[in-house]
Design a binder for this molecule. Structure first.
Ligand code: MSP
Length: 513
């Protein structure tokens, strides 16, 4: 396991949008995985970035009276700003307008041509700029106002132009064989089944170049054609490994271990992308996980409803780590969920402040007040002490398994079950009574609690990096890797003055509570 490479990606975001919680969510999940794997001794590459070509971005630039390049230079900074505000630890931030990316797209294209999977034809069909996707007529519907819509609700327009086609129809059997041989390639299971039935129902050749606008990567040796934005965008994942230049610092990272995506873009990642790669003679990624969508206070999030949640505002009000915790704890990763003020407050006030924060505060406050800030050395451990520490020791393997299958909610639930045990333990062992009757035993109970807090803080670093760094400072712990969990902490340690980890927010003070 040790020093094994781990490569995790997020979708690259369309720059025309203002970053919202949906964008923060995918990258957060990737950040937690990346941090977890680094602490577990792995060599990690965590990639995010922006998707800057295509008709949608070209139109957004025109609406601002700008050329596309200066427009994307300006707005891609919003996504860097989001990464900073959320505390993301990405190792690279790719933009599809970079020269390194053009080189990768051109090479991928040439290889697909050489494989015989591209041919020139004429495209006639429905296209939704908002989705940057083609639809079959049978998939569209006509609304009351006469506007034809894609299944996503995006308006479609009729497109007719010369186009290069990718021979996707020829890949159906090979894709099915690939899914069969790699049962974990698509997760969760329900999404995998959807993809399988889509592929089984038959695949049509895919239009992969456009001639009616110019904002894209030019098709090699084919004047007037730019690559379809999805072919360009997907290629970012190999570009960032240094491909096609051999022997770069990141060459060994392909194939990616995990592409994290929203459910709306699974088909591109689980059907088109492995077909493009296999055609070009490259290995497909090892896994694609599609997460669900957030609604806001029970409603679809949309600009027209004016309910788009700005992550910066949530961070300002509740704190970055509470927001990070909420997003991963509130819903099962993979399912849809609702962002509500009440839910956010409950996670902050109950899970974080009452259950976890109080456990730390009661323990460290007691040591500060009654032991002159000196953590006592433990005497012999009782069965009760051991049971608690054993439960904490079992967390690392549990978390490896749960995080390994992207079940962040289950990982956090396992940690909170130990936190609740610890709160019961402190009530049962009552160090405040032992102070008067048995100081050696009191010392053992306090040491057990501090050792437990150390374990919890180390394990929770990926989810709440800032707050756990603060807690580990209060515990005077410098080695914070998962490997350090194997060695119990010493007694007779001077602890700095404690301060609360989470700030509770009075429900009544909020708008609408
Ligand atoms: N540019 C493409 C991705 C190319 S990847 C090679 C794209 N960009 S996007 O900015 O529109 O969307 C990026 C991600 O945000 C998608 O995974 C999408 O699922 C996610 N979300 C957008 N709104 C969301 C919610 N309301 N909730 C959760 N995730 C959401 O698609």
């Amino acid at each position: 396991m040790q020093n094994q490479r781990y490569y995790v990606t997020t979708p690259i975001y369309y720059v025309n949008d203002v970053p919202h919680i949906g964008h923060a969510y995918t990258t957060l999940a990737a950040d937690v995985l990346a941090r977890f794997m680094r602490l577990d001794g792995r060599d990690v590459f965590f990639l995010t970035g922006t998707d800057e070509h295509g008709q949608k971005v070209e139109k957004a630039a025109a609406a601002r009276g700008m050329e596309p390049k200066p427009f994307t230079d300006e707005v891609s900074a919003n996504f860097r700003g989001l990464a900073e505000a959320m505390g993301f630890s990405n190792d690279d931030f790719i933009r599809t307008t970079e020269p390194r990316h053009y080189r990768a797209c051109e090479e991928l294209w040439r290889r697909i041509v050489a494989a015989g999977d591209l041919y020139l034809g004429d495209y006639g069909g429905w296209y939704a700029v908002r989705d940057e996707a083609f639809y079959r007529e049978s998939e569209t519907t006509v609304g009351d106002d006469g506007v034809r819509l894609a299944p996503t609700g995006a308006p479609v327009e009729w497109v007719k132009e010369p186009s290069w086609f990718f021979r996707l129809s020829a890949w159906q059997e090979r894709l099915l064989a690939f899914y069969e041989a790699n049962p974990d390639f698509i997760a969760p299971e329900s999404r995998r089944n959807e993809v399988l039935s889509f592929v089984r129902s038959g695949l049509e050749d895919l239009s992969v170049s456009r001639t009616s606008f110019g904002w894209g990567v030019p098709v090699p040796e084919s004047p007037g054609h730019v690559m379809y934005v999805w072919l360009d965008a997907l290629t970012n994942y190999v570009t960032a490994t240094g491909w096609p230049d051999g022997n770069t610092a990141r060459s060994g990272f392909w194939p990616a271990d995990l592409h994290l995506v929203g459910k709306d873009i699974l088909r591109f990642h689980a059907v088109y992308w492995p077909a493009f790669l296999m055609s070009a003679g490259l290995a497909p990624p090892k896994r694609v996980f599609a997460h669900g969508w957030w609604t806001v206070e029970g409603q679809k999030m949309s600009k027209s409803l004016g309910n788009v949640v700005d992550p910066h505002a949530v961070i300002a009000e509740f704190g970055r780590d509470a927001f990070r915790f909420f997003l991963l704890r509130e819903i099962h990763f993979g399912a849809d969920g609702d962002f509500s003020r009440r839910g956010m407050l409950r996670r902050l006030n109950v899970d974080l402040a009452n259950e976890f924060g109080n456990l730390a505060q009661r323990t460290l406050g007691f040591i500060a007040r009654n032991c002159g800030g000196m953590l006592p050395a433990p005497g012999p451990l009782s069965a009760d002490d051991r049971a608690l520490l054993d439960a904490a020791a079992a967390l690392l393997p549990t978390l490896r398994a749960e995080i390994g299958r992207q079940a962040f909610h289950a990982a956090l639930e396992a940690v909170w079950s130990v936190i609740r045990d610890a709160n019961a333990y402190i009530d049962r062992e009552a160090p405040w009574t032992l102070r008067k009757t048995d100081q050696v035993r009191m010392g053992t109970v306090l040491w057990t609690l501090v050792e437990l807090l150390r374990r919890l803080a180390i394990l929770l670093q990926p989810v709440m990096p800032e707050t756990m760094a603060k807690l580990l400072d209060q515990l005077a712990i410098t080695d914070r890797s998962f490997a350090s969990l194997a060695v119990p902490m010493e007694g007779e340690v001077a602890l700095p003055a404690p301060s609360p980890l989470f700030r509770k927010i009075d429900d009544a003070a909020g708008q609408g509570g």
